[in-house]
Design a protein around this ligand. Structure first.
Ligand code: AQP
Length: 334
């Protein structure tokens, strides 16, 4: 990547970060900071689209910040801050609410999933969440956005909003059209209990996910209990199409051991799933438990975490204010 590119991404402080956040987003965040200017945000304004206990929210913001640092983000290389501390996010979101179309939002599948069967009772914020996400990205004129596959549709909407703004205000290329950076091999880590659902912080059962703070014993227990299959592991990837839980375990194992899925499957062919589970638990313990211990250590010094967020806010605010000044001008605000 050339120096002109700018990366932006965010994570909601809605609970313990898990293996899906780690493999789908955080690992990519860390490798990108070595190549290009990066801005990483704890998106607390997104979190409150669903009610959050205020004390818990504060803790979760710090825990998400600690998770960023524990996985390898460096505040001297990347800008790390929390969204609500830069008011430009909310201001640009309002402007983009007036650019984005209701028909576009009506197609967003995440709203349908999160609002559930009683959409009338969902917050307005949850419905317009993708416009705020577009504002997060466009406020910094970010060109690339590392996300898991579940965010692809929102990224496409951000591109549509950027394009419409550029057309409406006759300023071709004012906003770059942001490109998603989605991991190739494991774009969506699935629940350990139901291979058709993504691993998620808000899923009720803790057995559905591996948290970054899980101990070795918890990892062993969760992997042992994970749904798999009563047959032995097949040698043909097509035979796994109807077995999403088994495919998920094999995909996670191949990602953690940095091997291809094809190679993993051929090595595991004919073995029991209990064999895979033992190997997988071992690999996860090696990769995840040092991160969890580092999170715990960082959480012991909350004032250090707050000072990192404060410094990040100052840096983010400078870029945001400069861009907002031009945005206000473009649309005729004095
Ligand atoms: N299961 C997943 N597989 C791959 N990537 C994932 N991400 C989340 N879950 C998976 C990616 O992690 C980043 C941060 O996500 P988020 O926490 O901001 O929101 P989310 O996608 O809604 O994640 P959760 O865990 O499901 O949170 P809740 O339960 O609070 O809604 C994003 O890049 C996302 O793609």
């Amino acid at each position: 990547m050339s120096k002109k590119k700018l990366v932006f991404s965010g994570v909601q402080p809605t609970g313990n970060l898990h293996l899906g956040n780690y493999l789908g987003a955080l690992k990519n965040f860390v490798s990108l900071q070595k190549q290009v200017e990066c801005i990483y945000c704890v998106v607390d304004l997104h979190a409150i689209t669903i009610f959050q206990d205020p004390n818990q929210l504060q803790n979760n913001v710090l825990e998400t910040t600690a998770s960023f640092l524990a996985t390898g983000l460096n505040p001297n290389k990347s800008i790390i801050f929390n969204q609500s501390s830069v008011s430009g996010h909310a201001e640009l979101a309002w402007i983009l609410n007036c650019v984005s179309r209701i028909g576009w939002l009506n197609r967003m599948t995440q709203f349908k999933d999160k609002a559930g069967s009683d959409k009338e009772k969902a917050s307005v914020g949850l419905y317009i969440y993708p416009n705020l996400m577009a504002a997060d990205i466009l406020l910094y004129k970010a060109t690339h956005v590392p996300v898991g596959a579940d965010q692809k549709q929102h990224l496409e909407l951000s591109r549509d909003i950027a394009q419409k703004f550029n057309n409406d205000f006759n300023c071709k290329e004012f906003f770059p059209l942001p490109e998603p950076l989605i991991p190739k091999n494991i774009s969506r880590v699935m629940s350990l209990r139901d291979g058709t659902k993504k691993m998620s912080k808000s899923e009720e059962s803790d057995y559905s996910r591996i948290n970054l703070k899980d101990t070795a014993d918890e990892i062993i227990k969760k992997i042992k209990k994970a749904k798999s299959d009563s047959n032995t592991i097949p040698g043909d990837i097509n035979a796994l199409e109807s077995k999403p839980e088994a495919l998920n375990l094999l995909t996670i194992y191949s990602e953690i051991t940095k091997s291809s899925l094809e190679k993993t499957i051929s090595e595991m062919e004919g073995k029991e799933y209990s064999f895979l589970k033992t190997k997988l638990a071992e690999a996860l313990i090696n990769e995840i438990t040092p991160v969890g211990k580092e999170i715990e250590k960082l959480l012991k010094d909350k004032s250090h975490l707050i000072s990192i967020l404060k410094k990040g806010t100052e840096k983010a605010n400078i870029i945001a204010e400069e861009n907002l000044k031009n945005i206000r001008e473009k649309i005729g605000l004095i």
